[in-house]
Design a binder for this molecule. Structure first.
Ligand SMILES: [Mn+2]
Length: 282
């Protein structure tokens, strides 16, 4: 596949960091990238789902690969399937993958965890989807940020996983159900991470503590903050994320600049100015 040339070009030490976005999410991407770029990583590739975003990122010298997903065909389900298919191709090429959502903010360099977290799949935790698994494990695996190592077992795992993602149109549900079907037993380590070996697939999994990959609250050493941003307009999501990031040791200056940029790039300030003038007249 054509995108693999780009992956090979940007991978370093056999690792590539990937994210997916479209132009609608540019404000959120901008906030994400402000934090990500501080780690000076070059081994990343943004899969731009439309030409508009791709052109904008290229103009800013951001590593982007155009992987068009037609707006008419665009649904989250199709994106999850595409994402899993891309990951499978990269693993098949012998390259380890770190996948990050663009709302999983890199407060610290997640790549550093590679050396001390040797499991095949190292993945963040969630408490939402699928509900029935939360009831049993006390958590679920969250595809917002993960490291998947390339080896014979993980490549083979993807061959079972991808059809499951296609069937459920949801990569997170598919992953959790596969492990649940394999009747995994979680073992807790001293740092509140959970570990298991998946019978039948022979892969090991580490479900990271929220001290490393936080979904909220006060985790001062978190590498990743992946807040719940309920559906709303993208600009509002960004402003909400900025407000939540203030609880973490993120760069205050970057956050202020991001907030200003978000106001300027949205129509919000025009509306607010309008409201203010209206208020004065009344
Ligand atoms: Mn997310």
């Amino acid at each position: 596949m054509e995108f693999m040339q780009q992956v090979r070009k940007y991978a370093q030490d056999g690792v590539i960091i990937i994210a997916f976005a479209n132009d609608l999410y540019l404000p959120l991407f901008n906030l994400w990238f402000r934090l990500f770029r501080k780690h000076n990583l070059r081994n990343y590739l943004i899969f731009s789902l439309d030409q508009t975003l791709h052109a904008k990122l290229r103009a800013r010298n951001i590593n982007s690969c155009l992987l068009p997903l037609e707006k008419s065909a665009f649904s989250r389900g199709n994106l999850w399937i595409l994402r899993a298919a891309v990951v499978r191709e990269i693993l098949r090429a012998g390259i380890h993958v770190i996948h990050t959502d663009i709302d999983a903010f890199w407060l610290r360099n997640f790549l550093e965890l590679l050396a001390t977290h040797p499991d095949d799949l190292v993945i963040s935790r969630d408490r939402g989807v699928p509900r029935e698994i939360v009831d049993q494990w006390g958590f679920t695996l969250c595809c917002g940020i993960y490291l998947l190592r390339s080896n014979a077992a993980t490549v083979k795992f993807m061959d079972s996983y991808l059809p499951r993602v296609e069937e459920l149109k949801d990569d997170q549900r598919a992953l959790n159900y596969m492990l649940h079907d394999a009747k995994v037993v979680w073992r807790q380590d001293g740092a509140n991470n959970r570990h298991t070996r998946v019978a039948g697939h022979d892969i090991t999994v580490e479900a990271l503590s929220s001290d490393i990959a936080a979904r909220g609250g006060d985790q001062p050493n978190a590498y990743i903050f992946h807040p719940w941003l309920a559906p709303r307009r993208t600009h509002e999501k960004v402003l909400r994320a900025i407000a939540m990031l203030r609880d973490f040791p993120a760069d205050r200056r970057e956050l202020r600049l991001a907030a200003i940029a978000t106001y300027l790039s949205s129509q919000l300030w025009v509306h607010r100015l309008g409201d203010t003038l209206q208020g004065k007249r009344n």
